[in-house]
Write a protein that binds this ligand. Structure first.
Ligand code: HEC
Length: 121
């Protein structure tokens, strides 16, 4: 009887500590970006008119953007700038120059979430 209750205590402690260890790891993973939210921002802003994940349209494929930015320490800043300062860009299909669309929100968290998703492609 005594041994069994000690076992239960041990098992309980192991479960509790794995829950404690597991929770922060999961939270950190989720904090990197929320895909559904990023896609919603992308859709609401009509970004898909010019950008697809895996092929060039009027703008480069998100995968090409991510590839080009990979490993650059200022990648996030560069993309945020692109989305908030209307830089001149050349449309890939016509070569026409126009101002890049600015994102419709000033919510830094939402913008960073979108950028993290783009850079993960
Ligand atoms: C009218 C077409 C068009 C729309 C709409 C558009 N883009 Fe772009 N985007 C472009 C073009 C063209 C480029 C630049 C291509 C180049 O110069 O290499 C570009 C570049 C980018 C880049 C790369 C920035 C860099 O520094 O290299 C990102 C990221 C991006 N767009 C995201 C978005 C997002 C997010 C949206 C929606 C808010 C959006 N785009 C809407 C056409 C568009």
């Amino acid at each position: 009887m005594k041994a069994a209750s000690r076992f239960r205590t041990l098992a309980g402690a192991a479960l509790a500590s794995s829950a404690l260890l597991g929770a922060p790891a999961l939270a950190a993973e989720k904090a990197s970006f929320n895909e559904a939210a990023a896609k919603a921002t992308f859709k609401r802003n009509d970004c898909g008119k010019c950008h697809a994940p895996d092929r060039d349209k009027k703008g480069p494929a998100l995968q090409n953007i991510a590839k080009e930015m990979r490993g650059k320490p200022d990648a996030e800043d560069k993309v945020i700038k692109n989305l908030t300062t209307n830089p001149k860009v050349k449309l890939l299909d016509s070569g026409k120059e126009e101002e890049h669309k600015a994102i419709d929100t000033k919510d830094t968290k939402e913008i960073k979430n979108l950028v993290a998703w783009i850079l993960s492609q």
